[in-house]
Write a protein that binds this ligand. Structure first.
Ligand SMILES: [Zn+2]
Length: 599
């Protein structure tokens, strides 16, 4: 007797056997029971989730000798013929290889004839999106006026490629990916019936590898049985499919949270040496961080899926220790690397550098945390102190109270501010500065929402703008600073589509779209995360030279009182800074040292 593969042997024969698609099976069962059949159905969804199985069960249901019935007998002549694919009234057509117009014309000719034996003639066209446009048009004629004895079932993985005129004549069902828990449940039933001993870990790993496709999962079980006999362990599954254990994934994530680059490199090296698939590793890391994020926001509603209790504990712990901003940065970095990894010459190197960048993103301290820690120490945030810079301070007030400042040169074209700027009237300066400060403050407060809004019309803008902040606004020019940590993202910000989408959104906040300049944040802007500073070109700009708006943005003001500005580069100057209470506390909080004081 020939061996029948498990996927075929365990193909569902009743609607109730179809796993994870109750929304479809219930509707179809009711329609059959009530005798309200549509002419054409469209099943949409990824491969291996039951589209063709559903079509066959539907065929049996409408043509069963004791039917039409939602529970076909499976034993009558018609049911058995349909199960073996030899029924003359049920025609399964592969859209990929029969996509020419001639073939559809043949179909149209055949449609006219009555069914040979059953009640209905059923055409099941798989991968229907592969039909040529001419073939679609030919098919449309039949769909417009189908004979009463003809039904169509179309199956596709890519519904967007089907002509709208066809779509509108079908009842559409979107099939879901099958959850890991459902797949494990089904595998357990099959394993028990086939006397295969497999641990829950092993079945969970099989389900994980199948990515929502039950057929793939059952086929994998077959493959594992051939490889390992009737006793299957998790390690067998991991090694056959190049998967990484949950434990290793969690350890790797832990190293990223800790910023332990050495451990990251060691783990990646070991996995690579064991022939693990780097692409899959990246996807699984992404899924892990997604789980941490979900656990952070909705711990009660978290679906454990195939995670064991101790793995859930680790996840809870990581969710507690990390903050969403960093997690989003990490997931963004991983998402960006995914397509690049596919074509990378050395996948291991690319993955390593990506994970190291993730570790650095995980170690960045957010402005909220700084304020929180300062608050805990009873130190008012810098903008509340007289000698310091308000969130949108103007250069006039700021320069009055602090030593002269110098910033990193902007990346976009521009020149340094001229020191011999002509003074302008104080009244005008004050008004302009107040307006600019207000605009700047509003933009910064709403920056996150602005970025989200921009992302609606330009999806790639979201990750490009993730590490940016407005740093200065003056004369209708907005300067946006990028975290130098992600300096290589600066080119992406020059993308005209991102810029115009950003301008459209900004126009809603500032009346009309400001002109945009992008540059790296200065170390001071970044380190103290002063959200932005307003440059007032009137007070310092040269009459002849155009000047980038933020060229004179002031550094964060952890400054000495203006009455005794220290000489910044001397050792004595350094110690003056070090003795400042705010600086001293900041150094303590972050266990930092002053490397350089710029003036
Ligand atoms: Zn039957």
């Amino acid at each position: 007797m020939t061996y029948e593969v498990l996927a075929r042997k365990w193909r569902p024969s009743l609607f109730e056997d179809v796993v994870g698609q109750q929304h479809v099976t219930r509707t179809l069962s009711n329609a059959i029971s009530a005798g309200r059949l549509a002419h054409a159905y469209l099943f949409v969804g990824p491969r291996g989730i039951g589209k063709t199985s559903l079509a066959r069960i539907f065929a049996q249901a409408i043509n069963c000798e004791s039917g039409p019935t939602a529970t076909p007998c499976g034993t009558c002549h018609s049911c058995r013929e349909i199960a073996t694919g030899s029924n003359l009234d049920v025609l399964e057509i592969d859209g990929a290889s029969n996509n020419r117009v001639e073939e559809v014309r043949d179909l149209r000719e055949n449609v006219k004839f009555l069914p040979a034996r059953g009640r209905y003639k059923l055409y099941i066209i798989d991968e229907v999106h592969m039909l040529s446009t001419a073939a679609f048009n030919a098919l449309l004629k039949t769909l417009e006026e189908p004979p009463p004895h003809v039904k169509f079932i179309f199956a596709t993985t890519e519904p967007q490629k089907i002509l709208p005129t066809i779509l509108s004549r079908c009842q559409r069902f979107d099939l879901r990916r099958i959850t890991v828990a459902d797949i494990v449940e089904r595998l357990r039933t099959i394993a028990a019936a086939e006397t295969i001993t497999a641990s829950d870990d092993a079945l969970a790993a099989v389900a994980r590898a199948a990515e929502g496709s039950l057929r793939d999962a059952v086929s994998s079980l077959d493959q594992l049985r051939a490889f390992k006999g009737d006793a299957i362990e998790e390690d067998d599954v991991l090694s056959v499919f190049g998967l990484v254990s949950r434990k290793t994934l969690q350890t790797l994530a832990g190293a990223i949270f800790e910023g332990d680059v050495r451990q990251i490199i060691e783990i990646v090296h070991e996995l690579d040496a064991n022939g693990k698939d780097m692409q899959r590793l990246l996807i699984e890391m992404l899924e892990h961080f997604r789980n941490v994020l979900v656990m952070h926001y909705a711990p009660d509603g978290f679906d454990a899926g195939d995670l064991l209790d101790d793995q859930m504990d680790v996840l809870r712990d990581q969710a507690k220790r990390s903050d969403p901003e960093r997690l989003l940065r990490i997931t963004d970095l991983l998402v960006e690397s995914e397509p690049r990894l596919r074509y990378a010459l050395s996948r291991r190197t690319l993955l390593e550098t990506t994970l190291i960048r993730c570790a650095r993103a995980a170690a960045t301290v957010s402005i909220d945390q700084i304020i929180e820690r300062l608050d805990a120490l009873g130190i008012p945030p810098a903008h509340n102190t007289e000698a310091s810079n308000p969130p949108c301070a103007t250069s006039t007030t700021a320069t009055a109270s602090v030593p002269p400042t110098e910033t990193a040169p902007p990346v976009t074209a521009g020149t340094r501010p001229a020191s011999t700027a002509e003074p302008v009237s104080k009244k005008k300066t004050a008004d302009t500065v107040a307006d600019a400060a207000d605009v700047c403050r509003r933009l910064t407060d709403n920056w996150h929402a602005i970025v989200e809004h921009v992302a609606v019309s330009a999806p790639m803008a979201k990750s490009a703008l993730l590490d940016t902040r407005p740093v200065a606004f003056a004369d209708g020019k907005l300067t946006i600073g990028l975290d130098p940590e992600f300096a290589d993202g600066l080119n992406r910000l020059e993308n005209p589509r991102i810029q115009s989408a950003l301008q459209r959104t900004l126009a809603q906040h500032v009346g009309r779209g400001p002109s945009l300049t992008f540059r790296l944040m200065t170390e001071q802007e970044r380190a103290a995360m002063a959200p932005h500073a307003v440059a007032d070109s009137d007070s310092q700009g040269s009459a002849t030279e155009p000047r980038p708006a933020a060229a004179d943005a002031t550094p964060p003001q952890v400054s000495a009182p203006a009455s005794h500005p220290p000489s910044p580069r001397s050792a004595a100057g350094l110690s003056v800074w070090q003795d400042e209470p705010l600086v001293r506390n900041t150094l303590e909080i972050f266990q930092g040292t002053i490397v350089e004081v710029r003036s």
